[in-house]
Design a protein around this ligand. Sequence first.
Ligand code: FES
Ligand SMILES: [Fe+2]
Length: 470
Amino acid sequence: MTVNKPETFKIDNITAKDMDDEKLVTYPTDAFLSKEYLEAEKKLLWPKVWQMVERETDLPNPGDWLTYNVADESIIVLRNGDGALKAFHNVCPHRGRQLVDTPDGVHDVRGNARKNFVCGFHGWTFDLDGNNTYILDPQDWKGYLNPDNTCLSEVQVDTWGGYIYINMDPDCVSLKEWMGRAGEILDHFELDKMRYKWRQWSVYPCNWKVALEAFLEPYHVAGTHTQLLAYGDYYALSKQYGLHSVSSYDTRDEKFKMSESAGTTRAGKGDDARVSTYELIRENYETVNYSASTETLVNAASRLVDELPEDTPPAEIIAHWMASAKRDDAERGVIWPEVPPEIMQESGLAWGLFPNQNILHGVTFALCYRVRPWGDDPNQCLFESYALERFPEGEEPETEWVFAERTPENWGSVLMQDFSNMEFVQKGMKSSGFRGVQPNPHQEQKVINLHRNLADFMEGRGAPRLLEEE
Ligand code: FES
Ligand SMILES: [Fe+2]
C-alpha cells in the first residue's frame, strides 16, 4: 500500500519491518493533545482515508439516505433510483449551505423515499445522482452555469463486509486494495451476513485515538479487567498488516501453545477445563454487554460438563464445544461459515482497521468499535460500540443508534472498566512529568502501527521513532 505524499517530503518514520522485529519505539503526544494536529487531521487524514459509514442494511431501498459526519465534513450517502449506493458532500454548490442540516450534537440524520434534495436557502434542487434539476433564474448567470458547476460533489463509495465505506479522495486506491490481507482474512467470517444486535454511542472526554486504543490491545486486561484473570490468561501478541493490524492471545510458555487458543473461543484455565471454559465464556458474554459471543455458544459450553469426561484435554473440549454449537445453530437456521484452520489461526482475536475501526470477530458474531473526533476539541470524541450477530432469517432485531450515558446498565461492567481509563489517560498525558509513551512492542503493536500509519498521512506529525538508536 502506498500513500500519496509530496515527492519532496521525506517522512522520518519507523517501517513495517521495525514492527515485525518488535523494535522499541516512542512517539509524541501531539496526536492526542494538539489542536494543530486536530486541524491537520481535517486536511490530511479524514479526506484521504476509506472510512466506514454504516451497515448496508440501513439503506435497503431506493431513496434511503443518511449523513455521515466526521470532523468538518458531512457526506450524504444514499441509494439512487436504481438501488446503487451514491455519496455526495453535503453542501449546496450555490453559496455553500448544507443540503441536509446536521446540527451539533446529532449522531446522524437519515430518512427514506427521497426523490431529490432541495436546498433550504434558494431552492436549488438535486436528484439522487447529484445532478442539478432546478435553479431559480439561471439566465442571470449569462450562460455560465452548466451541469458540472451546479451538480453535487461526488464522493467514492464502496462496500466490504456488509459495511458502506466512503473516501473523499478521487485518487484513492480501491477499497479492496485498502483492506488488503486483513480484508481477505475477515471475508471468511462473512460479516456481511451478520446484523446489528445492539448499537450505542456516546461522547467521551478524550481524544478519539485514546478511546480507540483502549480497545486495541489485550495487554490491559490483567490491569483493568482483573476479575477476568480467574478464568483465563491474557498474554497477547500483535502484528501489523500494513495499514491494519491484529492481536491474538499468546502464551508466555511455548509448551502450552495450541491453535485453538488464538481467538475468542478458547479453553478456560483451571483444573477442570470443561467448567472453566464455560465460566470464561459466560463471564465474558454477560459482562461485555451480551456480545463477543452468542447464546448458542454459551449454552453449548454449559453442557460440556455433562457431555464429556472430566479428563478431556482442552483441545478436545474446544472441538466438541464448537461442533455442538455449530449443530445447535444449524437447527435454528444459522449456518456457520467454513473458516479454514490456518485462517482461523491467522485471524486472531481482534482487528484494528485503519484509521478508526475495531472488530473483535467470531464465526457468528462480532463486537466492534468506531471512534471519531467530536467538534473542534482534541479532548473529546464520538465513541460508538455495536454488536453484530448472525440471526435466523427474519429474526434479526430492529435496532437503531442509541445515545447511552456511561453507566454499567448501558454498557456492562467490562466496557465501564475500559471507559474508566480513557478520560484519565487524556489527563495524564498532559503532565509535565510524563516522559513519553513506552508501548509494549510485542503486545501493543496495534497501537504503534496506528501511529506509524497516521504519521504517513499526517506529513510526519507524531511519527514513532526507535528508542534503541538513542
Ligand atoms: S445555497 Fe443552496 S440554493 Fe443557495
Ligand atoms: Fe478492555
